[in-house]
Design a binder for this molecule. Structure first.
Ligand SMILES: [Zn+2]
Length: 148
C-alpha cells in the first residue's frame, strides 16, 4: 500500500491525501450541517502536511488547534480566528508555504489518525471524526514536544 511521504498515511493505489481533502470539501458542500467542522478539518489537514503553510502560519495553526481542542470554542469564534490567521497571512503574504519558507517537523510525526481514517469512517459521522482527528493531532504534537 502506498504511503503519503508527508503524513505517513497508508493510501489505496492512486489516491492521495489531497484527494481525501477534496472529498471532505465535497461532503461539506453536499451536507451543510457538516460545515461547522470545516475549519478544524482544514487545520488538521494542513498541520499534517506542514509544507503547505509557512513556518509562521504553522506555529499559529498549532496554537489555534490547541485553543479549539482545549476550550469550548464555538464554530463561529473558530471562523473568526481562522480569518485572523488568513488575514495575517494576507498582510505579510506568508501563510502559504513556499520553497524557501515552509513548515516542517524534525522527523515524521507518529500521527495516529489521518485524513484517510476520516474518509473511511464515512460522511455520517464526519463531524465526530474530525473532532477525534483534531484530538489525536493535538495529542501527538504534545507527546512529541512540538506543542506545549
Ligand atoms: Zn498525507
Amino acid at each position: 500500500m502506498p504511503i503519503c511521504d508527508t503524513c505517513g498515511a497508508h493510501l489505496p493505489d492512486g489516491i492521495t491525501c489531497e484527494d481525501d481533502f477534496l472529498q471532505f470539501l465535497y461532503w461539506e458542500f453536499e451536507n451543510p450541517e457538516l460545515l461547522p467542522a470545516h475549519h478544524l478539518m482544514v487545520l488538521c489537514y494542513h498541520i499534517q502536511h506542514p509544507h503547505l503553510y509557512s513556518e509562521e502560519a504553522l506555529k499559529l495553526a498549532h496554537q489555534l488547534l490547541k485553543q479549539f481542542v482545549t476550550t469550548d470554542i464555538t464554530p463561529e469564534a473558530m471562523r473568526e480566528r481562522m480569518k485572523a490567521l488568513v488575514d495575517s497571512g494576507k498582510r505579510q503574504n506568508k501563510i502559504r508555504g513556499t520553497t524557501n519558507n515552509h513548515g516542517r517537523y524534525p522527523y515524521l510525526m507518529p500521527w495516529t489518525t489521518h485524513a484517510r481514517d476520516v474518509v473511511l469512517a464515512g460522511p455520517a459521522c464526519y463531524v465526530e471524526s474530525i473532532h477525534a482527528w483534531a484530538q489525536s493531532v493535538f495529542k501527538t504534537l504534545v507527546l512529541e514536544n512540538i506543542l506545549a
